[in-house]
Design a protein around this ligand. Structure first.
Ligand SMILES: Cc1ncc(COP(=O)(O)O)c(C=O)c1O
Length: 242
């Protein structure tokens, strides 16, 4: 077995999101890559543009920064920022996007990254020879121009999110305000709560995401669905929590 022996540095979250100051401080001489998901999964938190830009300026140039923007398309216009412009300024930056979320193409397994030739050349060298198939590429290019679909996705998501948090408020459940297409909700005070409620939901035919592996055993991550799917989830949750 051959290994390049990487070590991962975990930085404690702050208010369920990235603590950029602590992350900058944790960069060591041998640090090669910093990974930031914005909005973040599974918590749905969001770092505003100014904070990210300040972080990029603080990071040494030999450290690659990946900003994973899988949920970017759900952000409201006032929160949108042009991270692609930063790519021109910061040769160590990679911005990644996926077509699996707001574009609705998860079944095609296609996404993309933007970076300067220095890093994209390296990525290209280790890229698997047969990765994104031609049909997926054609669909992705077409989807990029389909602004109406994207807007509809964001609207349906915003409405569904409201539907979910309204129910959580009614049930007196704590949740983390989300900028993505899911919401993290606390379903009990004991460390068995997430797994227990997840199992009960499964028995009613509803699949959500337990997040015990993220150190959040009392929480579940609920993906925003269509209105009737959200309603089915809410009804099931009410019967489970009594
Ligand atoms: C933060 C984040 N990045 C990237 C992805 C990748 O999505 P996909 O592999 O479907 O492109 C996900 C999917 O859940 C995600 O949550």
């Amino acid at each position: 077995v051959w290994s390049i022996g990487p070590r991962a540095i975990e930085v404690k979250a702050k208010d369920f999101g990235h603590d950029l100051q602590a992350m900058a401080a944790a960069i060591a001489d041998d640090t090669r890559l910093v990974f930031i998901a914005n909005p973040n999964n599974p918590t749905g938190t969001f770092l505003p543009a100014a904070e990210l830009e300040a972080f990029l300026k603080a990071v040494p140039q030999h450290v690659v920064v990946v900003i994973d923007e899988a949920y970017n398309e759900y952000l409201s216009a006032d929160l949108q920022y042009e991270s692609t412009d930063w790519v021109r300024t910061f040769p160590n930056l990679i911005v990644s996007r996926t077509m699996s979320k707001a574009y609705g193409l998860a079944g095609l397994r296609v996404g993309f990254a933007i970076g300067q030739p220095g890093v994209t050349d390296l990525l290209n060298r280790i890229r698997q020879p047969f990765n994104v198939n031609s049909l997926a590429q054609a669909a992705a290019v077409a989807a990029l121009t389909d602004k109406a679909f994207l807007q509809k996705s964001a609207e349906v998501n915003a409405q569904g999110y409201k539907q979910l948090i309204q129910a959580f408020d009614e049930l007196g459940l704590t949740y983390v305000p989300s900028y993505g297409n899911f919401v993290l909700v606390k379903v009990g005070d004991d460390d068995g709560a997430g797994a227990r409620v997840n199992l009960a939901l499964l028995k009613q035919g509803i699949i959500v995401r337990p997040v015990g592996n993220y150190g959040l055993p009392q929480w579940l991550r609920i993906t925003v669905g269509l209105p009737e799917e959200n309603a089915a989830f809410i009804a099931a949750l009410k019967t489970i929590l009594g």
